[in-house]
Write a protein that binds this ligand. Structure first.
Ligand code: AOF
Ligand code: ZN
Length: 370
């Protein structure tokens, strides 16, 4: 059949190339993922006549947004260009000027957006501003664009961070032997993979039980993520049991101790990097804890804790994603389950939905959703 260039075919191929450019924007956005909180990661590409004129991503709150960085990256004139951006351009003057206005001033002809900004201060107004100025705007929704801002979206709309649980257990769901031995259950590749989730988290939550048992540092030590902002280390410690010599109390990363009201460790010789908060019901008030972390600008938090904390997060239903590493080994009947909870009736079991499974070294990594 002879190829005939109809309007419909032109539209179809335009849509296909829009998606390819937007996907490249999402990949650019990821470069800012570990540093941009509380802002969302965003990537932008400016294109005209078959040529990329400029690229930009948002690296840090208070510094240039993706669009502005792409505009300044463009050496050539951008008048009449198409702008691809993974998130709707902002419409308000915040820490930085409104991107929609900067694009209008630059005289671009078309803007293609992969996700509408869930921020109520924007929520479609950026698109409206551009259209009012005579710029053609197409929203080509991309699942990957939504996914990369899921932490920001949850905080800005529900005032709570995206909660990701991480577990590393044996085939029979155990995280330690009866004598407490737990190093290591998963192999080195899986443990290295955990560094990625730590690096993209704004806080890591653990329980005082794990601090007493393992004395973890919960710091980033992978050179691949040297640029990442160090996550806040959060210790759930109702009664102020944390040993004053615990490694987690050492800087330079910040640590937040969560106590029950009236309790706490006043005698802790804590430096500026250690803060304490008191919740009415202590760390049992998981929702109060999430609100506190949302107020501190956390978009994504990682639960890296023992069976008590993991069990209470599962039971509370206050989780969004679960990264479960499974090692092909059996620890046996007297080993410790990953979650301190009792299920008496099968229909009451905590059912998760499997969305991905990948082999990491000799282990398996399951991505689960509620
Ligand atoms: C964009 N491009 O690259 C990002 C956007 O306080 P500000 O001025 O940094 O504004 C932060 C808000 O801007 C943030 O809450 C979100 O709505 C939007 N993020 N918008 O056009 C970007 N990061
Ligand atoms: Zn902006």
């Amino acid at each position: 059949m002879k190829y005939k260039n109809s309007t419909a075919q032109t539209l179809v191929s335009m849509l296909a190339s829009d998606r390819i450019f937007l996907q490249a924007c999402v990949e650019l956005a990821a470069k800012g993922q570990m540093t941009c909180a509380p802002n969302p990661p965003v990537g932008c590409i400016i294109w005209r006549d078959g040529e990329v004129l400029g690229r930009g991503f948002h690296a840090r709150a208070g510094s240039g947004h993706a669009e502005v960085n792409a505009l300044s990256d463009a050496a050539a004139e951008v008048r009449g260009a198409t702008v691809f951006v993974s998130l709707e351009p902002c419409s308000f003057v915040g820490r930085t000027p409104a991107c929609a206005q900067s694009l209008i001033d630059a005289g671009v002809a078309r803007v293609v957006v992969a996700a509408v900004d869930p921020n109520p201060q924007v929520a479609g107004q950026g698109i409206r501003m551009l259209r009012d100025a005579g710029i053609a705007v197409d929203v080509v929704e991309l699942a990957s664009a939504k996914e990369c801002i899921q932490g920001f979206a949850k905080r800005i709309t529900q005032q709570r961070p995206w909660v990701r649980i991480k577990t590393a257990a044996s085939l029979d769901g155990s995280v330690a032997l009866a004598n407490g031995a737990s190093q290591w259950i998963t192999g080195s590749a899986a443990r290295a993979d955990v560094q990625y989730w730590r690096a993209r988290s704004d806080a890591i939550i653990t329980g005082v039980g794990s601090v007493i048992a393992d004395d973890p540092r919960l710091t980033l030590r992978d050179a691949n993520y040297a640029h990442a902002t160090a996550p806040l280390r959060v210790v759930l410690d109702s009664h102020g049991r944390i040993p004053s010599g615990a490694q987690i109390l050492q800087g330079p990363a910040a640590t937040l101790l969560v106590h029950q009201r009236g309790r706490g460790s006043s005698e802790l010789a804590a430096g500026d990097h250690v803060q304490q908060v008191h919740l009415a019901d202590g760390p049992r008030d998981l929702d109060g804890l999430l609100v506190e972390l949302g107020q501190r600008g956390c978009n994504e938090v990682l639960i890296e804790a023992g069976p008590a904390v993991v069990g209470s997060f599962l039971q509370s239903g206050l989780w969004d994603e679960w990264i479960a590493y499974v090692a092909p080994k059996v620890l046996g009947a007297d080993s410790q389950s990953m979650a301190d909870l009792v299920v008496s009736h099968l229909p009451d079991a905590h059912q998760a939905r499997l969305v991905q499974s990948v082999q990491i070294g000799d282990d398996l990594r399951l991505t689960l959703r509620p």
